[in-house]
Design a protein around this ligand. Sequence first.
Ligand code: ADP
Length: 379
Amino acid sequence: MNTLVINCGSSSVKYKFYSMPREELIAKGAIDKIGEKGSRIKNHLQALERVLGEIKEVDAIGHRVVHGGEQFQEPVVINSGVIRKIKTCSGLAPLHNPANLDGIRACGEILKNVEQVAVFDTAFHQSLPESAYIYGLPYRLYQQYGIRKYGFHGSSHEYVAREAAGRLKKDISAVNLITCHLGNGCSVTAIKNGKSVDTSMGFTPLEGLLMGTRSGDIDPAVVTYLIQRKKMSVSSVDALLNKESGLKGISGVSNDMRKIKEAAGKGNLRAKLAIEIFVYRIQRYISAYMGILGKADAIVFTAGIGENHPDIVRKICKGLFGNLKIKPRVMVIPTDEELMIARQTYRTLRGTLRGQTSTLEVRTRNQSVARRICDNIKK
Ligand code: ADP
């Protein structure tokens, strides 16, 4: 099944094209600056027309969708009802979900007969218990507005968890892990018997660890203080927390770990401090999650910093497990969110089509495509 994975950001489209289930990468690419001044690509439809002008024989499309709210626990085949539900989650991810929907609509217009699957960043964390996802706010805010912890980076945490289980030669349902996705955005997840039971990002991807430009956990009273006493506007506080804080805000150097390490190496004290805080916050979450899990088979590091900075990984792990009789293994596993989406797309359509072919009623919109997919599955 030739599966195109699409990741639509507000001004970009990234794609990878796989032959499944062999997981062979056939093509990949990206278009950015969509809709920006001077760009020839005005919208997602034009961007995807360009992508699909080059990529032929697409059997299925998997879309990364950032927020599935509580509506989606797993990937789904996209239809008009699913599009409506994704729209209702847009308020929770105003920058991301509308772009994801633009991509879905554009693909639907260009390739009318190709099945599309939505894979949600939040879905892996839908297994969190209430005690982990309800905030200490009046309960009605959850009931009325859906304000709760959702968690993000789900495809990445799930991908590395499955890879780790493979390395441990155990079934995913038999492993306890702490997975650390450390990129520009950073999050830690506690995984018990293969399921996410807690994660550091929250209602939005702002909560939790110190990140490239995001503050992570702070006292929420800082926000009201800045607005009421320092007369900052709501939008400038929002920009401060999301774009000017984190490693960049503390170091005053950059959000890029390479540049911060270089500056720290030259004696820049704030760059050193930024690294210390970054490491400390991760240690704090790992320690808490170790306590919750009781026992972890491995701590897994992934994404730009996790994969490329062994000195940071060593700093994080140093002294962490000193008093444990059985220490968890430390693993560095490169993430591949797109491959996870391709796998989920394949699995979702295979499930649907298997059900359909068993009744000899192939009800997909394009029967010849469905038969080809079924033939591939049988192979
Ligand atoms: P994003 O979250 O935007 O996908 P990444 O996962 O690439 O970003 O993470 C960005 C961080 O990872 C930066 O701090 C950067 O320094 C670091 N990083 C990414 N790639 C490399 C590399 N090849 N070598 C060293 N550091 C890297």
